[in-house]
Design a protein around this ligand. Structure first.
Ligand code: PMP
Length: 397
């Protein structure tokens, strides 16, 4: 049965981490990851999370199955975080949410559901995009195309190209949009550009699927949801995948959500009933721990305030690292202007380094980055940043 099975290619990012782990140099730095590390180089366990976990252990609750769509209170809190606590869509019963296995699980359930509704549709993702978007939607049976996004010449967005592509697609094309903190580039649309995207989506009859995996890592919880809320205000029907992996530093607990906005309460009930069938035949129902912890934190004003402070701390530290890197490159006499790094948002930066420079960085300086030049700014810290700046300055000479 398995004799003819071919070896699949290694995941490019996880493969790099394997190579990093095998590297015996003591000064090695891994900027290839997609995880936030604190200044000690550790994945933080947030204080608010710790308290919610202790409360959970104390409560010694039985571990029965959750409903197919997950914890009701969690799903309601997710909607408020995404759409705003006063969202009329929530009051009107138009939003429906299913707890998911991370943002990836939300995308997969959403993709499977869309495939049933729109079997012939194509899916458009940004060029470039999170490397799993294409594989995930192709895996769900869709043909995936790219819309222009990153403009290497300006370190910005090729917005005219993006808009023209969106307008050229047939109605019902699914368009995956990074709501904030674009992965891998760190380059986001302005609010004014989002207005134009919403208009184009509406006129063309596209199906927006907003992916928000870094809410709170850009400018703040509400500011980062600006795009989601513009779509909500536009009276469109759309999908949102969201994740607490980063914002709660709960990567391995797989805590995310799929939220759909339907035309009215009755439609929303029908859609949820179908979504539950997709989930039931996939993993039946989500796990209890992460969702319980997040709901506990979001639902208790004191813990929520603590979480918001901790989230702001992660956001500010990333910004500080952006500033420090740019300054340290200037201090080392690097002539190239890296100020674009300050404008980028979230964990990542398309640094503008070429694949050759990335190779030299790894081989000669033990600094690991992705071949596209993507670096994880959230993996820089006060101890490794000088070595990274030294390495970049050297490969640019
Ligand atoms: N979407 C994007 C854009 C991401 O960067 C990621 C995580 N790297 C995800 C979705 C998936 O998130 P999760 O780890 O919660 O599955």
């Amino acid at each position: 049965l398995f004799a003819a099975v071919e070896l699949a290619p290694r995941d490019p990012i996880l493969g790099l981490t394997e190579q990093f782990n095998a590297d015996t140099r003591s000064n090695k730095v891994n900027l290839g990851v997609g995880v936030y590390y604190n200044d000690e180089g550790k994945i933080p366990l947030l204080g608010a999370v710790r308290k919610a976990e202790l409360a959970r252990i104390e409560a010694a609750a039985a571990r029965g199955y959750l409903p197919i769509e997950g914890i009701v209170a969690y799903n309601q809190l997710v909607q408020k975080l995404l759409l705003g606590a006063d969202s009329p869509l929530i009051a009107e019963g138009r939003a429906l949410t299913a707890q998911s296995l991370g943002g990836t699980g939300a995308l997969k359930v959403g993709a499977d559901f869309l495939k049933r509704l729109l079997p012939g549709a194509k899916v458009a993702i940004s060029n470039p995009s999170w490397e799993n978007h294409r594989a995930l939607f192709e895996g769900a049976g869709f043909e995936v195309v790219n819309y222009p996004y990153y403009d290497a010449a300006t370190h910005g967005v090729d917005f005219d190209g993006m808009l023209a592509a969106l307008r050229s697609y047939p109605a019902n094309t699914v368009v995956v949009l990074h709501a904030c903190c674009h992965n891998p580039t760190g380059v986001d649309l302005t609010v004014d550009q989002w207005h134009q995207v919403v208009a184009a989506v509406k006129e063309t009859g596209l199906v927006p699927f907003l992916d928000i995996a870094y809410q709170g890592f850009g400018d703040g919880i509400d500011a980062d949801a600006a795009a989601v809320r513009l779509f909500a205000d536009a009276n469109l029907t759309f999908l949102i995948s969201s994740s607490f992996s980063k914002s709660f530093s709960l990567y391995g607990e797989r805590v995310g959500a799929l939220t759909l906005v339907a035309a009215n309460r009755e439609e929303s009930a029908r859609v949820l009933s179908q979504l539950k069938r997709v989930i039931r035949t996939n993993y039946s129902n989500p796990p209890t721990h992460g969702g319980t912890v997040v709901a506990h934190v979001l639902g208790q004003p004191e813990l929520r305030a603590e979480w918001e402070t901790e989230l702001a701390g992660m956001r500010d530290r990333i910004r500080d690292m952006r500033k420090a890197l740019v300054q340290k490159l200037k201090d080392r006499g690097v002539e190239r202007n890296f100020d674009f790094v300050l404008k980028q948002r979230g964990m990542f930066s398309y640094s503008g380094l070429t694949a050759d420079q990335v190779d030299r960085l790894r081989e000669e300086h033990a600094v690991y980055a992705i071949g596209t030049g993507r670096i994880c700014v959230a993996a820089l810290n006060s101890r490794n940043i000088d070595a990274v700046a030294d390495g970049i300055a050297a490969v640019l000479k």
